[in-house]
Design a protein around this ligand. Structure first.
Ligand code: ZN
Ligand code: FE
Length: 255
């Protein structure tokens, strides 16, 4: 592998991520929930921040940008939607663009729904998907600015990535997501296996991330809205996937 990836907690339940290109020394932070833990991780590794790849405008993803930019002069890469106010942006990206972090290439996928500007970054060479608040392990983001069909399309886009890619998401929400998913699919063996693993990891004080996409495709009920048994489980047998997805999201909101 040409890259090293570090993850660490930020704020209450956000993840901070650094991806480092060994060949050139370039290092990107995926979002910047707060500066402190990101600066500490950079110092620990002896890495210099060159880029910040922003996924969306929510404060818990951009709050640390100005301090990091001040210290390192890092380039700030953000979604093209300028109505979502993100300060200090150097480069705007949209679907199909490629962003270089040293020699590493990140593919830009627009994944709206949680917010309209939400963007995910895929490093194909590292088999790594940074999906922030679109796709969580065994869950997905709340649909604040978009609508259910839009969010479902975004999830389909991420589900289409290869199974051996790893998901790096924005929050440590997995335990609560598992609890909800089991109310819909109590007999899903992949979900039961993930539940056991999550209990073990959390008891050991370990993050539940990263996780293989192949496991998420089997265990994450929000990626399974087009499975007949899931539609039936929420009383929507025969209905379209976007509608089933919307019902799942509504139930999760109330859970
Ligand atoms: Zn968010
Ligand atoms: Fe968030």
């Amino acid at each position: 592998m040409a890259a090293e990836i570090r993850l660490f907690p930020c704020l209450t339940d956000n993840f901070g991520y650094l991806i480092h290109d060994v060949a050139t020394g370039a290092t990107a932070s995926i979002d910047a929930p707060e500066a402190g833990p990101i600066l500490a991780a950079l110092e620990r590794e002896g890495w210099k921040l060159t880029d910040i790849l922003v996924t969306h405008h929510h404060h818990d993803h951009v709050g640390g940008i100005s301090e990091l930019k001040q210290k390192y002069g890092a380039r700030v890469v953000a979604p093209h939607d300028k109505s979502a106010k993100i300060a200090n942006v150097d480069l705007r990206v949209s679907e199909g663009d490629t962003v270089k972090v040293g020699n590493l290439a990140a593919r830009v996928l627009e994944t709206p729904g949680h917010t309209l500007d939400h963007t995910s970054y895929v490093f194909d060479s590292e088999q790594a998907l940074f999906a922030a608040d679109t796709l969580f392990s065994i869950g997905c983001g709340r649909v604040f600015e978009g609508n259910y069909p839009m969010m479902w399309d975004s999830l389909l886009k991420l589900r289409a990535l290869p199974g051996d890619f790893r998901l790096y998401c924005g929050h440590e929400y997995t335990a609560a997501n598992v609890k909800f998913a089991l109310t819909v699919e109590p007999d899903n063996a992949a979900l039961q296996a993930r539940a056991t693993e999550v209990t073990r990891l959390r008891a050991a004080g370990q993050p539940t991330i990263p996780v293989k996409l192949s496991d998420e495709k089997q265990a994450n009920v929000f990626l399974r809205a087009d499975v007949a048994s899931v539609a039936a489980a929420v009383g929507l047998a025969g209905k379209g996937a976007a509608e089933v997805f919307g019902e799942l999201r509504e139930r999760k909101n109330k859970s």
